[in-house]
Design a protein around this ligand. Structure first.
Ligand code: AMP
Ligand code: MG
Length: 501
């Protein structure tokens, strides 16, 4: 589908064709305001592939205008910057009004890629106080900005729906967290940053006109096909439920843990959104909690699909007045589990290089995860090394087998797996090539991010650039970077990630 605006490429930063359709919503949806400048900003990292999406000219990263603009120090003439209001359930509890406490929407630009999106909104995260900052300072620290930058682009590299990251800029201005840290601004992009909590906001404030205006805006702009449905609001809930279920299958399949799946962090487009204390599973433990602050494990790995479903119900509650009946609302939500399981099944078959399905496959998967858990096997390494397993001869399986303490148990499972592969006349070579396109060699392990952050805190940004380059192609062998695919060092187990950002 073509956008309404003719697509050009090679924009200078100041000439980006910025619109702001979100600012066309009623004024109660947002506050117009300017970003607060930061002193002497410098470029920490930038993604050329994200820049390409919006047709930014190559070479812009090196300009002062780019750095100043994406720190919020200089605002393009045609920009109508706003901060949006939303609410949400946090850790299962109604939290009331939240909103863009530190993110400022600069506007939207046409998407020049074949991504299927028509626009990309540009948001400056960490650009200063807004009326929704509550107790916060409106800032983001370099540490969390680098983590969000790298993980957004890494998830995109993995083929998982996500907001994108254009760049991070830093400043020597201090901000207070547990210790003093320096401030940074992350420029992120998504067709929209509307969240489940954006709908809950109007529902819980009993503002039905605003609720309808938001739903109509989202449908017309992002789901126009749903206009023809008998009940477009029900169709919207159905579609978002399906996308969220599919997103969970993708997260689980690469061991991604979000850490703070509150309804204000759930994208109405089914994108991974608001990277905070996320992590990738290392030693497999379904109970693993990546967010140090989440004592109860509400958002542990194994709980993620259920929590996404819970969030969809919260969205359903908010859309109920528009949908019109509890039955129709329930009907839209009900298929969540089926969507999730169906997509997960496809992904697991692909991860194991199976091209057919058999009813007993689930037993094979369960046994595999059980063994991975019992042996604390590294999630990413297991699946990547599994690509090399051969039907005959154990030569290629040695390093895979070495991941297990109980080698005999692994051998027994491998025998079952091989016999399953033989049933479909699997070829070692074809299977390996196919499996390597779905089992990443490189993921953003916490310790890798930490190394890049510590260097960046000393003004050496080379590791940020290097990690970005590696994670953009997570399925490629990249033998020169093999060290980045190894087990984490011992010190990595001491790393704690919390909501502090
Ligand atoms: P998060 O858990 O990062 O998704 O944030 C939850 C809410 O707190 C959102 O409304 C954020 O905008 C807000 N928030 C988080 N950190 C800050 C900060 N440093 N200053 C202002 N608001 C913040
Ligand atoms: Mg958030």
């Amino acid at each position: 589908m073509n956008g309404p605006i003719s697509l050009k490429r090679g924009y200078r930063t100041g000439a980006l064709p910025l619109g702001n359709s979100f600012a066309g919503l009623p004024p109660t949806f947002f506050t117009r305001l300017m970003p607060t400048p930061l002193p002497a900003p410098y470029l920490v990292g930038a993604s050329a592939s994200a820049a390409q999406l919006i047709g930014l000219a190559p070479g812009e990263f090196a300009t002062r205008e780019f750095i100043e603009t994406f720190t919020g120090n200089r605002t393009p003439e045609n920009a109508v910057p706003v901060a949006a209001v939303y609410s949400g359930h946090q850790f299962g509890v109604w939290a009331g009004q939240l909103g863009d406490g530190r993110a400022i929407l600069l506007g939207e630009v046409p998407d020049c890629s074949d991504s299927g999106n028509i626009w990309q909104e540009l948001q400056l995260k960490g650009a200063g106080l807004t009326p929704y900052s509550r107790m916060g300072d409106g800032r983001a620290v370099l540490r969390s900005s680098i983590r969000e930058f790298l993980c957004s682009e890494a998830m995109h590299g993995l083929g998982i729906p996500t907001s994108r990251a254009l760049c991070v800029t830093g400043s020597d201005q201090y901000v207070m967290r547990e210790t003093p840290e320096t401030a940074a601004v992350l420029t992120r992009m998504a067709p929209t940053f509307v969240r489940f909590g954006s709908f809950e906001h109007w529902f819980y404030n009993d503002k039905m006109e605003e609720l309808r205006a938001l739903a109509d805006y989202v449908i017309d702009r992002f789901y126009p096909i749903l206009r023809t449905a008998d009940n477009p609001y029900q169709a919207l809930l159905q579609e978002v439920t399906q996308r969220s279920a599919h997103l969970m299958a993708h997260w689980q399949s690469v061991g991604f843990m979000h850490g703070v799946m509150n309804t204000d962090n759930m994208s109405i487009l089914g994108l991974t959104l608001d990277y905070g204390p996320f992590g990738f599973m290392e030693a497999f433990d379904p109970q693993h909690i990546c967010n140090h602050t989440d004592r109860q494990g509400r958002y542990s790995y194994r709980m993620q699909p259920q929590m996404a479903e819970w969030n969809c119900y919260a969205l359903g509650q908010a859309l109920l007045p528009l949908i019109g009946s509890v039955e129709a609302t329930r009907a839209a939500l009900e298929p969540f589990q089926a969507h999730y399981l169906a997509r997960l099944d496809i992904l697991l078959h692909a991860k194991l290089g199976l091209v057919s399905t058999q009813p007993s496959d689930q037993l094979l998967f369960d046994a595999m995860f059980g063994l991975m858990e019992a042996n604390h096997v590294d999630f990413t390494l297991f699946f990547r090394l599994l690509c090399d397993l051969q039907l005959d001869g154990d030569g290629q399986a040695a390093s895979l087998r070495d991941l297990f303490i109980d080698r005999a148990a692994f051998d027994a499972w491998a025998t079952q797996y091989r016999s399953r592969l033989r049933q479909e006349n699997s070829s070692d070579l074809q299977r390996r090539l196919a499996m390597q396109t779905v089992n990443p060699k490189y993921v953003l392990r916490n310790y890798l991010a930490q190394v890049a952050i510590e260097k960046a805190q000393n003004k050496d940004f080379s590791e940020v650039a290097k990690l970005l380059a590696i994670l953009e192609k997570p399925f490629d062998e990249q033998p020169e970077h093999a060290a980045y695919a190894e087990l984490p060092p011992d010190w990595a187990s001491q790393l704690e990630v919390s909501c502090s950002s």
